[in-house]
Write a protein that binds this ligand. Structure first.
Ligand code: IFM
Length: 442
């Protein structure tokens, strides 16, 4: 594996997954709190009420980052912590928390990468319509201005929205994430407003932090056809349209993919599709979250969805996701060719959940996760060798945390968290990542 000397090495987390809800610190409720408290929505009814208690332990966590030798840290701001009702009055304690976190990171020589939205929408805004509401871009722009004005003197790397596909589709179509709706029309309106909100936030960032580097993060899941049968190839094409192109095309080409527009005509009724041209604003980098691929075969009853074919015999993570690093290499090369050109790509998330063994001599030997990282970093290194502009990598995640509808059982951390005591323990993957970051050949 070969990485440039100035490569960005980081880890990533998000606010609701690690901070704790801390209403005592003035934070407002969010859609995830609401969703998680609704019986039957999250495994074991678990919520992010305490999570990793990071709001109170951030200094310890920054010290952990420092011990890993990373030069960057990607975190998100909780909108309801800063503006409890989504619009209007600011909670000074909320802003102060992020200001202290940023100062702590800078003092440790770690560059903050700040994500403005990683799924914890203020509950008050959900009551006013949430992402399907046409007011979202305006609300998001105002929120962005509060954050950029407070932190833009020290934070120079900004990500507008994390994984709009999940916001729109997991939250509004499949109903397995907050706000738990299952309505195609709402889902495509939500997606549309993530595009427009990204553009609105980029405008604010440009105005308030002229020397900022900014972009969006998409989760991309390459689709492969199960066979050479033209119907299977079409199934993979549609899946790619649903999972990837619906988000890539607006951001880079300013339009929705024509084949999907035709297929989705009913769900798209009432959306001004041409307005999405506003989303194709210049970015300074493009964030990619990668975990797995999908393999599709044709399903006549559901041409749009097709049918996923599990790759029996292939390795899978505890999430049931196939480990297929070649897809990451191919994805990066495709992005370079078809979308980003020479725009820097940052892998803003990549990692795996496994059932970790108990510690031996104080270390958790998570050999499968070590291997997952090795294989995916090798894939990135291969893509770089072929000319792809990958400039950085963020391991998901710094520590075990609240894995949304899966609660606390699915552990993605390179650092283990005991959720009873909040004790952090390094896993072997953290030590191996530290070696990679410091240039040790693995
Ligand atoms: O934990 C999530 C994260 O919040 C967004 N990307 C995928 C991760 C693993 O599911």
């Amino acid at each position: 594996m070969d990485f440039p000397k100035d490569f960005i090495w980081g880890t990533a987390t998000s606010s609701y997954q690690i901070e704790g809800e801390t209403p005592e610190a003035g934070r407002g409720d969010c859609i995830w709190g609401h969703f998680a408290r609704t019986p039957g929505k999250v495994v074991n009814g678990e919520t992010g009420s305490v999570a990793c208690d990071h709001y109170y332990r951030y200094k310890e966590d920054v010290a952990l980052l420092k011990s890993l030798g990373v030069n960057a840290y990607r975190f998100s701001v909780s909108w309801p912590r800063v503006i409890p009702d989504g619009t209007g009055k600011v909670n000074p304690a909320g802003l102060d928390f992020y200001s202290r976190l940023v100062d702590e990171l800078l003092a440790a020589n770690i560059t903050p990468y700040l994500t403005l939205y990683h799924w914890d929408l203020p509950w008050t805004l959900q009551e006013k319509g949430g992402w399907p509401s046409a007011e979202m871009p305006g609300w998001f722009a105002d929120y962005t201005a509060v954050i950029t004005n407070a932190l833009g003197d020290r934070v120079k790397h900004w990500i507008t929205i994390n994984e709009p596909w999940c916001v729109a589709h997991l939250g509004h179509l499949l109903g397995i994430h907050a706000p738990g709706l299952k309505d195609p029309k709402l889902a495509y309106r939500a997606a549309h407003h993530t595009h427009l909100s990204h553009a609105a936030a980029m405008r604010v960032i440009r105005e308030t932090v002229p020397d900022a580097q900014a972009g969006i993060t998409l989760n991309l899941t390459p689709s492969y056809s199960a066979s050479d049968d033209p119907q299977d190839i079409l199934a993979a094409q549609y899946d790619d349209g649903f999972s990837n192109r619906w988000f890539l095309d607006p951001i880079f080409k300013g339009k929705y993919p024509a084949d999907m527009v035709e297929l989705l005509s009913e769900a798209l009724e009432g959306i001004d599709l041409d307005a999405v041209s506003a989303a194709a604003v210049p970015q300074d980098f493009f964030g990619v979250n990668f975990y797995t691929r999908s393999v599709k075969t044709w399903n006549a009853e559901s041409p749009l969805k097709g049918e996923s074919i599990k790759q029996e015999g292939a390795p899978h993570t505890a999430m049931g996701w196939e480990v297929y690093p070649k897809a990451l290499e191919e994805l990066i090369l495709r992005l370079h060719r078809e979308y980003v050109g020479d725009l820097p790509i940052l892998i803003t998330e990549n990692g795996a959940a496994y059932e970790d063994p108990a510690p031996v001599n104080g270390v958790i030997e998570d050999a499968q996760r070590v291997e997952y990282y090795r294989l995916h970093l090798e894939a990135i290194s291969n893509a770089i060798a072929q000319g792809a502009p990958v400039k950085g990598y963020f391991a998901w995640s710094l520590m075990d945390n609240y894995e949304w509808a899966e609660g606390y059982a699915k552990r993605f951390g390179i650092v283990h968290v005991d959720f009873e005591t909040q004790k952090r323990t390094l896993k072997r993957s953290a030590l191996s990542y530290r070696d990679i970051v410091s240039g040790v050949k693995v």
